[in-house]
Design a binder for this molecule. Structure first.
Ligand code: ATR
Length: 268
């Protein structure tokens, strides 16, 4: 029996238990997925010791503990180290920390038939959520334009990732005509009020990707509907990052359909 779980606070709205349970079923693995709401500090450390004691194979880590867990794990994979956040821990003799967001983003695009290599990419927002995306964009040697409200914050993030050769712009940039193969939203704009800046002047030829998700189209994806491009949202990325975590814990990459999972959760 494979014991898996999720550590964070609060957890009642998390889709991870449902997604991981789908993976257990489709992989024919006998197991379960439990939620552990825990405080930070010593409680967080104790949670991991207890999980190991009870034979848990691995857990996802979510807000607010993704950074704090770095000090608890024994090893970090290169993505977690670069982006400064752990979302997956494999529990054995050692606690191994991973960040599966980068591979989730990459594989989501590959499975949909997209190739980032050397392409023109516009990234809106350059905060924590954008870092895993930047990790992948760097690998594919894209021609990158970043738009961020606070240029100094974006500069610091790009520098921390040794990402040079980037055009950094403020939001006036999207008021002029421009064209990209990919446009990616890593901001939290519109989450609360549903309003996103007008993207009518930005042409996107391959895919627009939003790291946010909600039931139906996100405000950003709605604003990109004028372009004849594919639309991918953060729910798809959530499922893909979960699949990579599942593979790290069990050695099996699960079979899944994002549409089926999102339909079963009432999101589509
Ligand atoms: P996360 O970890 O979710 O990425 P974050 O690090 O606070 O959160 O980053 C949120 C991103 O959304 C940032 O790029 C932020 O821009 P700033 O760097 O200027 O803060 C952007 N963002 C959030 N609210 C915004 C708003 N109202 N207008 C423009 N950008 C906004």
């Amino acid at each position: 029996f494979v014991n898996l779980g999720l550590v964070g606070q609060p957890l009642q709205h998390s889709f991870s238990p449902f997604i991981q349970t789908c993976f257990l079923k489709s992989s024919g693995i006998n197991g379960g997925f439990c939620c552990f709401e825990t405080d930070g500090g010593e409680s967080l450390k104790e949670t991991f010791l207890t999980l190991r004691q009870y034979g848990f194979k691995g857990v996802n880590v979510t807000v607010p503990h993704k950074q704090a867990v770095i000090d608890i794990v024994d090893t970090l994979d290169p993505v977690a180290e670069t982006v400064g956040a752990v979302n997956t821990v494999r529990i054995g003799d050692r606690l191994e920390g991973f960040n599966t967001d980068a591979e989730g983003f990459e594989r989501m695009l590959l499975d949909a038939g997209y190739d980032l290599s050397g392409k023109d990419v516009l990234l809106l927002g350059c905060g924590g959520a954008s870092m895993a995306v930047l990790y992948v964009l760097k690998k594919y040697n894209v021609r990158l334009t970043v738009v961020n409200r606070t240029l100094s914050k974006a500069e610091a993030v790009l520098k921390s990732m040794s990402f040079d050769n980037v055009q950094l712009q403020d939001y006036n940039f999207i008021k002029g005509d421009s064209g990209f193969h990919y446009v990616i939203n890593g901001t939290s704009i519109g989450l609360e009020d549903g309003n996103f800046p007008d993207m009518n002047r930005v042409e996107c030829s391959c895919a627009s990707v939003d790291l946010q998700y909600k039931k139906g189209l996100t405000p950003f994806l709605q604003s990109m509907r004028g372009s004849s491009c594919g639309l991918l949202d953060g729910f798809s990325m959530l499922v893909y990052q979960a699949a990579k975590a599942f593979e790290i814990w069990t050695g099996v990459y699960p079979e899944f359909s994002v549409e089926t999972i999102s339909g079963e959760l009432g999101l589509s």
